[in-house]
Ligand binder design. Sequence first.
Ligand SMILES: [Zn+2]
Length: 197
Amino acid sequence: MLIDQTQCDACKLLLHPSHPEHRPSKGGGGIILLDSNGGGWALNHYAGSGVYLGWMALLTVGHKEQISDLDSLELMSLGTHLQRVDQYLRDYWEQVFHDPIEQIYAICFMEGLHDQISGEPTPSPWHLHFHLIPRFKSMDQLMREHQVTGSSGINAWNIYKAAKRADFPVEYIPKEETIRGLMVYLAGRFGALLHLG
Ligand SMILES: [Zn+2]
């Protein structure tokens, strides 16, 4: 890796989860370290505009930039973690919101690499992560009414647009207390430590 990790936002979050920049109001909510051996994978609530409660990021603890960078332990545990996050999110929404999750999109974009390049190529601080994006039953009508669904009805890309609409379900607009509640639940299900922001 040619990356200076002090330039990588994900590495900074992992090193200093309690830093004010990583408060839940910034989209944080803490970090769950999923592998007790200290390496492997971590889970946090994804930050950024247009996201909503339940939009998670599964990221490597060490700085990795692409799937081919993963070591054998990271590769072996990836599938297990993806499946467990998927199941625990579904359980949480059933129990807390009584609003079934109909789909969870697992997406690795890695397009930010291009954001970092302007003119001369520069080292990218991009850090490997998977987006885990739930689509709830309550979103169906909203997405259809606004015709953000395209010809296929519902798709992962347009869910991002739906989240920015004024009539998006208010309970899923990210708030510190609701993100924290979800993170505490997920840490409990994983039997893992939640490093609070
Ligand atoms: Zn990093």
